[in-house]
Design a protein around this ligand. Structure first.
Ligand SMILES: Nc1ncnc2c1ncn2[C@@H]1O[C@H](COP(=O)(O)OP(=O)(O)OP(=O)(O)O)[C@@H](O)[C@H]1O
Ligand SMILES: [Mg+2]
Length: 460
């Protein structure tokens, strides 16, 4: 069915013939011989249009239109007017009629106009439902999206953790939502009124890290012109996210441990001890318990609770939902209409391994919303045409290994794959994997990956 037509006319001949045409054109038709009777069929959910004669005994078509539009502001109304009644028709359009049709009318034109009006109505309804849906999804469900059992459990554990005031470590591959979860831990805790302060331990140059974290006095070192408060102090009363904590230099680990133990920090160049009340959330891609370069004492301080974010490939049922969410969001932001995604496309998305996890899926969804492209073959399965077809199966992890060994294996393979695809271009790999250069460099050193191995003769 293409929609419902509420047809109002006092002339039984016109009612009968129009009803027939519309039914043949696949519309559902409700016929009324009086305007008064028609109003009771209209409510917010009415998925169709009103088509009414103008001249009728009792309430006329113009008044019906005005009453109907009081009930549903965006309802498309098509008026059937007498031949030559141009002034009235123009007035009706000004008052918000969708269109008018002169008697005697051509059935094809009527059907065409009604089809367009119905489409418009359905779009309005769909938007309305979407807004309702978004408004009703408040709380954690609207932030951490997913229906898989692992995500449902994550939401429950997260809320429990948030209510406690303990430090937390969040584990997960890149793009699985560690920062998002950290933000939620803050927002759903009693600390929500104070600041949430994320620090990327892998991205701040080592020489600046201390002043970034602890602040400094004026003149504490060359270039320290003004006093500056550090992130620890800024996060006082709130939550501090130590992101990529696995790449925190050893010397800093000692200092952080000390400030956590004592609950105070000392800005550079001062003898002042500033008390800070913080909850620390750390995010890591590797298992800190077995990481050689990570201090065990700091690990035990942080590891009061932990949350594990499963990679996207292990929760395929979340993929359609996340895709739809981000595609719709981007379409709304850029005022684009969204092409419905086919079942086959969804299946393809679900088969992909998603090394960049939700972030990568989000990028693909945004691109789909903007230009309608879903170049499944090129983006999602580059290995199928550019490189070793065995690699995709190779990306499956060997579950007999420890978690950190599996993660390391996986990271190693993803980086090699990306380098191979981009023939050793660091910039392209940084973009593809959304990694800062320093992190990429560190990982390549760690895994002994040499980019020249991926460059070929013609393309360097
Ligand atoms: N379950 C989810 N529901 C909705 N959005 C999500 C979900 N998981 C992740 N995202 C989104 O995916 C993107 C990447 O998430 P986030 O930055 O938290 O990942 P990350 O684990 O911190 O990645 P990295 O290790 O690379 O820093 C963000 O835009 C985030 O909002
Ligand atoms: Mg992050």
């Amino acid at each position: 069915m293409r929609g419902t037509v509420l047809l109002v006319d006092d002339d039984p001949m016109i009612r009968q013939s129009t009803e027939q045409w519309l039914k043949m054109a696949n519309f559902e038709v409700i016929v009324c011989d009086r305007a008064e009777a028609a109003l009771s069929y209209l409510d917010e959910q009415f998925a169709g249009v009103l088509v009414s004669d103008v001249k009728m005994p009792g309430m006329d078509g113009l008044e019906l239109m005005s009453r109907a539009r009081q009930q549903i502001a965006e309802l498309p109304v098509i008026l059937i007017t007498g031949h030559g009644d141009v002034d009235m028709a123009i007035g009706a359009m000004r008052d918000g009629a969708y269109d008018f049709i002169e008697k005697p009318f051509n059935p094809e034109r009527l059907v065409e106009t009604i089809s367009r009006a119905c489409e418009k109505r359905q779009l309005t309804l769909e938007n309305y439902r979407l807004q309702q849906n978004l408004a009703s999804r408040t709380g954690i469900d609207s932030k951490i999206i997913g229906i898989s059992p692992s995500i449902q459990k994550l939401r429950r554990d997260l809320l429990k953790c948030a209510a406690l005031n303990t430090n937390v470590i969040i584990y997960g591959e890149t793009g699985t939502g560690k920062e998002l979860v950290a933000q939620c831990l803050h927002e759903f805790s009693a600390r929500a009124e104070c600041n949430f302060v994320p620090i990327n331990c892998g991205a701040i140059p080592e020489s600046l890290i201390e002043s970034e974290l602890f602040g400094h006095e004026a003149g504490a070192f060359t270039g320290a012109i003004k006093k500056r408060i550090g992130k620890f102090e800024y996060a006082d009363g709130g939550t501090l996210l130590l992101d990529e904590i696995e790449s925190m230099p050893a010397q800093l680990q000692v200092k952080i441990l000390r400030s956590l133990q004592e609950g105070v920090i000392e800005p550079l160049g001062s003898n002042r001890q500033v008390p800070v009340d913080l909850r620390i959330v750390a995010a890591s891609k590797v298992d800190l318990a077995v990481e050689d370069n990570f201090r065990q004492d700091l690990y035990y301080r942080l590891n009061v609770s932990s949350l594990y974010l499963p990679p996207l490939r292990e929760r395929q049922e979340d993929i359609p939902l996340l895709f739809e969410h981000y595609a719709r969001q981007a379409a709304a932001q850029h005022e684009k209409s969204l092409r419905r995604i086919t079942d086959q496309d969804i299946r393809n998305l679900q088969q992909f391994q998603w090394p960049g996890n939700v972030r990568e899926l989000k990028n693909i969804a945004v691109r789909y919303a903007l230009d309608g492209s879903l170049p499944v073959a090129d983006i999602l399965f580059p290995q199928a045409n550019t490189y070793n077809p065995d690699l995709s199966s190779d990306l499956q992890s060997d579950t007999s290994l420890s978690l950190s060994a599996q993660v390391a294996n996986f990271e190693y393979k993803v980086i090699c794959q990306a380098l191979r695809k981009h023939r050793g271009s660091m910039k392209a790999v940084m973009d593809m994997l959304d990694l800062p250069r320093r992190t990429l460099n560190q990982k390549m050193v760690k895994y002994d990956i040499n980019r020249t191995d991926f460059m070929d003769g013609e393309d360097t």
